[in-house]
Design a protein around this ligand. Structure first.
Ligand SMILES: Cc1cc2nc3c(=O)[nH]c(=O)nc-3n(C[C@H](O)[C@H](O)[C@H](O)COP(=O)(O)O)c2cc1C
Length: 142
């Protein structure tokens, strides 16, 4: 099993957000089911964080399509790993929208402060993206 987490910046204007995201989700659900990919798709204000998991070749092919997509920019892979099992076995692509404050709460503000980070938007570090996905992983296992 192979997992990738990336982060990117959305280029979708706020006024088109709902429609565009719906379109991305429709495509993702049908492609991912066919490709044996599961995962998590987060929109945090204007940032995307997504985890894709499945067979390595399928995940890499999907990632290659996503990287070329003009609806976002600054796509940066923050984690790649092989694992024994899926983190989100039941989620073809679970979408969740949250604001910066909610993201902070999910991660645990104390932890963030201990990293010396005060402003989430300005310092959306790689490890914060991973921590956010991991906080949803705990949710998925309950
Ligand atoms: C932020 C973001 C996340 C995406 N996630 C997925 C995904 O999980 N699976 C997928 O197949 N396409 C995803 N897409 C869409 C791909 O970039 C691409 O448009 C699509 O895979 C093409 O599929 P099609 O050839 O069936 O139209 C995503 C696009 C964006 C902008």
């Amino acid at each position: 099993m192979y997992q990738i987490i990336y982060k990117s910046e959305s280029l979708i204007p706020e006024s088109e957000s709902e429609n565009q995201i719906r379109g991305i989700l429709e495509t993702s659900l049908s492609n991912n089911q066919k490709d044996g990919i599961t995962g998590l798709f987060l929109l945090i204000e204007n940032r995307f964080v997504q985890m894709l998991e499945g067979e390595e070749s399928a995940v890499l092919a999907c990632m290659a399509r996503i990287e070329k997509d003009s609806r976002h920019k600054d796509v940066k892979v923050v984690l790649k790993r092989t694992t024994e099992s899926r983190t989100f076995p039941d989620w073809s692509m679970y979408f969740y929208k949250l604001n910066g404050d909610e993201a902070l709460q999910k991660i645990g503000v104390e932890k963030l402060e201990s990293l010396g980070i005060s402003n989430w938007q300005d310092h959306f570090k790689d490890n914060l993206a991973v921590m956010l996905v991991e906080s949803f992983a705990r949710l998925a296992s309950h």
